[in-house]
Write a protein that binds this ligand. Structure first.
Ligand code: PLP
Length: 349
């Protein structure tokens, strides 16, 4: 049985054309800054976001952690959203690697406001950690691929300028936000000191992320990347996959979004299952379940037995993600299987 893998957009396999681009990539020693393909990718991304420089890193986690370290000093405080990736899913890296304290704020659908941030800023006083950095996430994974409104980003940027704070964007899925909103990448670039984007999620490259910022920021980041063991050599083979993905897999993300919405609507039609359709605008669908009827782990097992893979997210929720390797035909089959599992208890809404 062919499984329909909706666990994550990280499960994609490089296409034959992408593999071909990798095989033929020009390479050099990137620790010496001599890999022409890496340099091309970095220059391209810096230009796309209107920044001076960029740096290829091994993963989204490395991108965020290198950025946090580059912007802060030990004892500083980093403000972020409570469900954010850098707070929950990076192994406590900010404390371990940068010696900083995270200050999570409860957001609405992953969005925190300038007002909320302003309320937690520390006065300049020796008793307090120093508020130094704000991290936003767009799209927001934990909230269901939600979009961060550009107006709020502008307000937060203004606050950061007024208060002398840095602002980093975890843009692992910023590509999805860009395609869904049509907001230019240059506009996002204007509002952040640094941005980290992933090549290995919606874009379908096998490995890699890129951080983007000023020349001074990238200079610092380069040192931390080396310290973390992320200085790689003939890495143009991987950068070539990223370049191929930017050329061929960016615009098609709208298809992932349409397919995800079909799953969302179907799930929402079952009794005891809720999907926030209003905020489901990209490739992630989070189905929250009424625990009287459903148990996420058990439902995931039932779906798996019928050929659909999803991830139990919280105790009572399941996450479904569409991506490059999911076709309309997969969606048709997945919708049928959802019907078999969720209608099996015969209480349609
Ligand atoms: C929003 C967000 N940031 C960062 C990451 C980390 O990326 P990686 O798995 O490449 O370390 C992820 C991974 O899913 C993510 O969803």
């Amino acid at each position: 049985m062919e499984m329909i893998d909706l666990r994550s957009d990280t499960v994609t396999k490089p296409t034959p054309e992408m593999r071909q681009a990798m095989v033929t990539a020009a390479v050099g020693d990137d620790v010496f800054g001599e890999d022409p393909t890496v340099n091309r990718l970095q220059q391209r991304l810096a230009a796309m976001f209107g920044k001076e420089a960029a740096l290829f890193v091994a993963s989204g986690t490395m991108g965020n952690q290198v950025a946090i370290n580059s912007h802060t000093q030990p004892g500083d405080e980093v403000i972020c959203e409570e469900q954010s990736h850098c707070f929950n899913y990076e192994g406590g890296g900010a404390a371990l690697l940068s010696g900083v304290q995270m200050r999570p704020i409860a957001g609405q659908r992953g969005v925190i406001t300038a007002q909320q941030i302003s309320a937690v800023l520390r006065p300049k006083n020796d008793h307090f950690p120093q508020s130094r950095l704000i991290v936003l996430e767009n799209t927001h994974n934990g909230a269901g691929g939600t979009l961060f409104p550009i107006e709020e980003i502008r307000d937060i940027r203004q606050l950061a300028i007024d208060k002398g704070l840095f602002i980093h964007l975890d843009g692992a899925r910023l590509w999805n936000a860009h395609v869904a909103t049509k907001i230019p990448l240059l506009e996002y670039g204007k509002h952040f000191d640094s941005i980290s984007v992933c090549l290995s999620k919606g874009l379908g490259a096998p490995v890699g992320s890129v951080i983007i910022g000023s020349a001074d920021f990238i200079h610092k980041a380069h040192r931390f990347r080396k310290i973390y063991g992320g200085g790689m050599r003939q890495v143009g083979i991987l950068a070539a996959a990223g370049i191929y993905a930017l050329d061929h897999h960016l615009d098609r993300l709208v298809e992932d979004h349409k397919r995800a919405f079909r799953i969302a609507e179907k799930l929402n039609s079952f009794r005891g299952i809720f999907v926030d359709l209003e905020s489901t605008k990209t490739n992630i669908v989070i189905a929250t379940m009424d625990e009287r009827y459903w148990q996420a782990g058990q439902v995931a097992e039932e779906l798996k037995n019928k050929g659909v893979l999803a991830i139990p997210f919280q105790q009572n929720s399941l996450r479904f993600v569409t991506h490059l390797d999911i076709t309309d035909e997969h969606i048709e089959r997945a919708l049928k299987i959802l019907g078999q599992v969720f209608d099996s208890r015969a209480f349609a809404k």
